[in-house]
Write a protein that binds this ligand. Structure first.
Ligand code: GDP
Ligand code: IMO
Ligand code: MG
Length: 420
């Protein structure tokens, strides 16, 4: 049996914290897509940790964590992260497994990402510059190198061949960067990676499922950044939605039970691209300040706005969401009035659908207004303690989406979560 936790917005919904919270009820936690573009924050022994590639179940005792084949893996980031995690006394030899079919991010992928972004000028995607798109391009272009290849005696030859190809592309961009230091780091990290548990991921996970173990699949990015269903081209390069679980881990669709969608009580986006409910004003500034909305991976300020039910309903539909977790509800404590986007006006016409290319349309978000609660909620432990005004806000969202908010997260801490 596989349950899924994934983001319903443009990323940074609080997936890391929620996976860490739920992981205690599972045996295996598995990442199925994305790479070090992700930044999943959790608190361990009151210390903040940001995970980029290791699944967020790694701090729960006696759990197995799998980096699945759908991920693109940067050995350098992985080594750094392993050092951090090991610093908390976690034995990675026992609980971290890496699928041999996982594609590698090479130093030249990072350079290509940078070159491509620079060449786009003001049309840039706002990529995290971690080499994600070039690595996935080499996967679908059938050129990429995979974790299993590291164990082959011809790995260095294959690496040099691919690097030469990348160099030609970089020359086309007229992009020059000395990657000697990156390469040194890369090969050092490769030696480290070879010592970890490299497994056949699809047999590993299916044997677990067959033995009755419970698997939690951890999404990265968010549904609106999905390569097929997001706000293309302002998206990431993988399937962030539930469908990505099957191809990113090698599990059959009928093994999937619950799909737990995570949304903030408002909305944020980092990088370029359409964001209908964005607030480019003082209210947006306030959300950023109170919510501490700065990227966990790049430190960039996140764009902030009201919750967007048109986009959320779309995400619930594509993912088959069965339960919703609403995070950062406490951030709204300070606001006198809240807005909830119920419709878009697209080129002058009202709609409740996400169109083909919203970035090419005149978009106006239409709102329903709600009174704020203006009381501190971050110490509440039960649903009963929450203000009536918050309950009506949540109730409206439940009705609109036809899926229930089953948990409310009211602070970044491990225990700040309320079951409804
Ligand atoms: P992820 O990428 O989805 O895992 O989310 P990030 O870690 O990038 O961003 C979420 C941020 O919000 C982190 O700094 C979390 O510590 C914080 N956070 C998570 N849940 C809550 C919450 O309920 N309230 C508040 N105030 N902060 C939260
Ligand atoms: P988590 O897992 C928020 C955004 C980037 C950029 C676009 C493409 O922490 O929620 P990429 O580096 O993937 O080529 O960038 O996607 N992006 C994210 N935004 N959270 C993330 O991950 C993101 N990963 C990528 O800002 O707009
Ligand atoms: Mg994040």
């Amino acid at each position: 049996m596989v349950d899924v936790i994934l983001g319903l917005q443009w990323g940074d919904e609080g997936k890391g914290k929620i996976v860490d919270y739920f992981a205690k009820d599972y045996d295996v936690v598995a990442r199925f897509q994305g790479g070090p573009n992700a930044g999943h924050t959790l608190y361990v022994e009151d210390k903040k940790v940001v995970l980029h590639q290791i699944p967020s179940g790694v701090f729960q005792k006696n759990k197995l964590n799998l980096i699945g084949n759908g991920v693109v893996l940067d050995p350098v980031t992985l080594k750094r992260e392993c050092d951090t995690v090991a610093g908390f006394g976690v034995d990675l030899k026992k609980n971290l497994f890496i699928a041999e079919r996982t594609h590698l991010i090479l130093p030249t992928h990072r350079a290509l990402d940078k070159a491509a972004e620079l060449s786009k000028g003001n049309q840039k995607i706002g990529s995290t510059l971690k080499g994600i798109a070039p690595a996935y391009m080499d996967k679908t272009g059938r050129n990429g190198l995979r974790v299993g290849d590291l164990l082959d005696k011809n790995f260095t030859t294959a690496y040099i061949k691919l690097r030469l190809k990348h160099q030609k592309l970089l020359d086309n961009y007229a992009f020059a960067e000395d990657i000697t230091a990156w390469e040194e780091e890369f090969f050092e990290a490769v030696e480290f990676l070879k010592q970890l548990n490299i497994v056949n991921g699809e047999y590993f996970i299916n044997q677990q499922i067959k033995a009755g173990k419970k698997v939690l699949a951890e999404g990265a990015q968010g549904s609106m950044l999905d390569i097929d269903f997001g706000t293309f081209p302002f998206v990431t390069s993988s399937n962030t939605v539930t469908a990505g679980v099957c191809s990113g881990l090698g599990v059959a669709p009928q093994t999937i039970r619950d799909v737990i969608g995570v949304t903030k009580a408002y909305c944020t986006r980092v990088g370029s691209g359409p964001f209908p409910t964005e607030l480019e004003n003082e209210t947006g500034e306030e959300l950023r300040k109170i919510g501490n909305e700065f990227g966990a991976t790049t430190g960039r300020p996140r764009r902030c706005g009201w919750i967007d039910l048109v986009a959320l309903q779309f995400a619930c539909m594509i993912n088959g969401v069965t339960k919703i977790v609403m995070t950062k509800a406490d951030v709204l404590d300070a606001f006198k009035e809240l807005q909830v986007c119920t419709h878009y006006k697209l080129n002058g016409k009202e709609s409740k659908e996400i169109p083909f290319r919203i970035d090419r349309m005149q978009v106006e978000a239409l709102y329903k207004s709600f009174p704020g609660w203006n009381v501190p909620t971050s110490t509440a432990k039960t649903f009963q303690e929450l203000p009536v005004t918050m309950k009506s806000y949540v109730d409206f969202i439940n009705q609109y989406l036809g899926v229930k908010v089953s948990y409310i997260s009211n602070g970044p801490g491990r225990d700040q979560i309320i079951t409804i």
